[in-house]
Design a protein around this ligand. Sequence first.
Ligand code: SAM
Length: 464
Amino acid sequence: MSFFPKIRLRKEVEDYLRHVYHNNELVAALGVDEAESRFVRLQNHLSHPPCFTTVRVNTRLTSIEKAKQLLKEEIHKFPGVIIPVHPHPQLSDLLLIPVIGPRRALTQHPVQVIVGAQCGNAVLRGAHVYSAGILSASKWMKVGDKVSVYSDIEGQCKRGAIEFDGTKVFIGNGIAELSRSEIFCSNIPIKGKGIRMTEPVYLSPSFDNVLPEYIFLQNLPSAVVGHVLNPQPGERVLDMCAAPGGKTTHIATLMNDQGEVIAMDKIANKVEKIKQNASMLQLNSIQAYCYNSTKAAAHDGGDSSQGSGPPFPPESFDRVLLDAPCSGMGQRPNMACALSLKELTSYQPLQRKLFSTAVSLLKPGGTLVYSTCTITLSENEEQVAWALRTFPCLQLQAQDPHIGGEGMMGAGLSPDELKLLQRFDPSLAVLCDHNDGDHDDKDRTPHANTDTIGFFIAKFVKNS
Ligand code: SAM
């Protein structure tokens, strides 16, 4: 049984997603009952964190064994339980750290703090509570109090409320580092940590600033993308939607920092983040540009005469990654999603524009990988079906590694085409509890491949 209630969605979004999981093709293959039970599991699993935190090792600067050892030493500095570190059985540069929980036996305190749902999600991934995320605190809360923290999953709590009787989900205990009056009654709001979490329901050490040159916190499916793209030293590779640079830095690492990795993002301060990450991981082959990637091909009205930056001449990259902006419905944990149906369904045209640019910038014989962190058909399998119809020069390719499931029925793709797609679908996850003191969880590492965020990967090659 799920520990938390299912993800809260707007009714229109819930109906839309139900329809995705009840599409005619899928229902004909699975039957209505199985389709419905997948949809119910999806909603339940989205509100829980994946059972492992995953970190990618900067294999240019250290080995996986050394990183594992250093990480263990860092984790031992956290008070409380001992948490093991496992190498991923198939991905040679990934380490798995079990997320301990749900811890069902925690005692709740009378002093209560209510946080917004986004803040609540962050707490379930190992964060402390910052004052900006606090909506309500008991009247008498003072510095040093033991408090229980709850997530306002229906968005009903008013900021500054003394108490809250609406739907709230217990996410753990902590110690107040600010009093109620410092949070709500100061003339100048006090920023910074409001509650230091000591007993979160899911214990997952925060790796903020831990071994920053050696490890990069990255969801498992995101780390799969770099391997599927399979960039080679000396190549010219384009990452079209790159910030904050998780996949860009992976690509450069896999190329042993030899060649050219062009990273673009349309938001300037996010581009700075790519540069910071590249510099932190000591990668020199990355050039980052603030640019609208829909305009990155010179023949689309751009002028490629201004040097090495965008726009670029057609057919100038060996490999292109389009990790597209998307509705993000695969994110976990996500107890409440405020997205409207209009927002949820708004990404397909932009993804197609970006995809068209990707095809034109790819050399004949080159590889294009398309990925999203969402679960809708319209942003995933339907985009693949559209791409195969629109660009006869593209061929769908097998992926290595292929550790997620295959594509979802419902977009008219053939069974063979679906087998070539890689979908991490939380409806198919086996949630596994990791309990305090339970260190022998090596046999559960296979769950790391299913109990992940929702994600989708398609790989194409352009005919020579
Ligand atoms: N690949 C990134 C990583 O692994 O760290 C995550 C990318 S995130 C899914 C999508 C990114 O696309 C966002 O950073 C967003 O700013 C960027 N974006 C959205 N529209 C864009 C456009 N037209 N051109 C370039 N970047 C865009």
